[in-house]
Structures are given as C-alpha cells and as structure tokens.
Design a protein. Structure first.
Length: 134
C-alpha cells in the first residue's frame, strides 16, 4: 500500500472507539478481520508463509472461517504453495504452545468441560478477561 493509503486507513479506523472497546472486553471481531485482511493481502503478494500465519488467527473462532480457510487451503494446494500450509501450522502451533505455557492444564480443563456441566463454576474464557474489573 502507498503511504497515502496507509494514512487514510488509519484516519478512517482511529475514530471508531468501539474497536478498542471490543478488544478490551474480548470481542475478537476486529482481530479476526485483521487476520482475514492480512491473509488475503499476503496471498495476493505471494508471501505464502505470512498468509498462513495470518490464517492461524482464525483458530480463535474457527467456525466463522471454515469456508474461507478451506478455500484458501485448497487454493494453496492447487498452486503448490506449501509455505501457506506451513505458515498456518506454525502459527497454530505457536498459539497452542502459548496457551499451554500460560495454563498447562488448559487441555485437560477443556476435556473436563466437554464431559461435565461446569457452567456455573467455569472461569471467564474470553479474551477480555484481562480487561474486566471484578
């Protein structure tokens, strides 16, 4: 993007305070849109590894982007863009590893939550847990 377009994008996005509020309280919509945009831009510029890394952001809410992720993955296979798949797997591995470093019991907690109704005793699992004031 040209310098003028970058400045224009910043000027357009900055006034929307809801974006910052949503990030603070855990609504990942803006982050997912950023990942989607970056993935498409990197794929167009044939920077496949970076496109795959951006694609891994979708793992936050995979059900929203299954068709896109599937389409981009098939596109990467057809064009033999192995770096796209490698970038996605690398990003996903880093995200899972980071989650396990922050909370080693997270996988076991998830398995337990799938087998037992813990609706009243489970902690707030949103990204906004850091911004909440109790």
């Amino acid at each position: 993007l040209s310098r003028e377009r970058k400045v224009l994008a910043t000027v357009i996005a900055a006034p929307f305070g809801f974006f910052y509020y949503a990030l603070l309280w855990g609504a990942p919509g803006g982050l997912l849109l950023l990942g989607l945009t970056c993935s498409i831009l990197f794929a167009q510029r044939e920077r496949h590894f970076c496109s795959g890394l951006a694609l891994s952001v979708f793992s936050i809410k995979p059900h929203l982007f299954i068709p896109f992720a599937l389409g981009l993955s098939l596109w990467g296979l057809r064009r033999r863009a192995w770096y796209l798949l490698g970038g996605a797997l690398t990003g996903l591995s880093v995200m899972i590893g980071g989650a396990l470093l922050l909370r080693p019991t997270s996988f076991g907690d998830w398995v337990t939550s799938q087998s037992v109704n813990l609706a009243l005793s489970i902690e707030n699992a949103s990204l906004g847990s850091f911004g909440s004031v109790s």
